[in-house]
Design a protein around this ligand. Structure first.
Ligand code: ZN
Length: 296
């Protein structure tokens, strides 16, 4: 199977450097340092709508716009940082850059850079969404080089969150179970997915979500791979599951449609009018479906 998008060339996270502010400040001035600018949920792009990184010269813009500087880690000797711009007054002026969503620019982005963009994005969004302490509600400030936010009143340290979600391709013989949400483009179907709830195992979560949304009973489940999915803060845990029943009783609040598709129907996807449309190429859903489709 092909490698999942957003999992290529992980940075050495160098967590021992976090919080050593003098050392990290020196890394920001390193001529090789690279900075990924995130404004709200968008990434800096050039005039061709391609993702770009900046050198240390961007730090003056960061200071002007009160951006949060987050140390991401090292690639060989090169330090990488995220810059989280949160202004409500439009995108910051950083050189000639404009800002664009990750899904729109992903196809033209080199895979290692795409993986760094999701990391930068996950951290930036967390900072934006957690200006206050989850315990007492007072203001927090960025600490540990951007890897925590500490409460100015009670001292509580708030850490970045990752929400586990299960996403599963349910099969029976030559068929797989796909559903669609009303807001998707017409004809698009995807694997079933949902959040893991407190107090349950991920295997239980797979069976519960499929039963709730489709009425299909799932037996054996097998873990396949995971993918960071910061839209805004998920970790997708990908599974295959074997259906023990085929009758569909759809939850109409969750799914507008739900069907069994044969391998031939999946092979014919996106080949002409009226054929199945698959989820975005960067998604683990697409990866699960295509992996199954390409098996003998
Ligand atoms: Zn507090």
């Amino acid at each position: 199977m092909t490698q999942l998008p957003y999992t290529h060339a992980p940075l050495e996270r160098a967590e021992l450097l976090r919080g050593r502010e003098d050392d990290v400040r020196a890394l920001t001035m390193n001529a090789r340092a690279r900075f990924l600018a995130v404004w709200k949920e968008a990434h800096a792009v050039d005039e061709h709508q391609r993702a770009i990184s900046f050198g240390p010269e961007i730090l003056s813009h960061a200071a002007t716009h009160a951006a949060t500087v987050i140390f991401l880690g090292l690639a060989c000797e090169t330090p990488w940082f995220a810059l989280a711009f949160a202004s409500d007054e439009g995108p910051p002026a950083v050189g000639a850059a404009s800002f664009a969503g990750l899904r729109e620019i992903w196809a033209d982005t080199e895979q290692a850079l795409a993986s760094r963009l999701v990391y930068a994005r996950a951290m930036a969004i967390w900072h934006q969404n957690h200006p206050r302490c989850s315990r007492c509600g007072a203001k927090t400030v960025s600490t540990e080089s951007g890897h925590s936010r500490t409460c100015s009143a009670c001292g509580y340290r708030n850490f970045p969150r990752t929400d586990p979600a299960v996403i599963m391709l349910i099969t029976q013989g030559d068929k797989c179970l796909l559903g669609r949400k009303a807001e998707w483009r017409p004809g698009q179907f995807s694997t079933i997915a949902g959040f893991v709830e407190p107090g349950e195992s991920i295997e239980h979560s797979v069976r519960r979500e499929v039963a709730e949304e489709t009425g299909v009973v799932v037996g054996a489940v097998r873990y396949m791979a995971s993918q960071p999915w910061p839209f805004p803060s998920s970790l997708m845990l990908g599974f295959r599951g074997e259906a023990l029943s085929t009758e569909i009783r759809r939850d109409s609040d969750e799914l507008e449609d739900c069907r069994w598709f044969t391998k031939d129907e999946v092979r014919a996807a996106e080949s002409g009018p009226g054929t199945l449309l698959l989820p975005h190429r960067s998604s683990i859903s697409r990866w699960l479906i295509e992996g199954w489709r390409d098996e003998n």
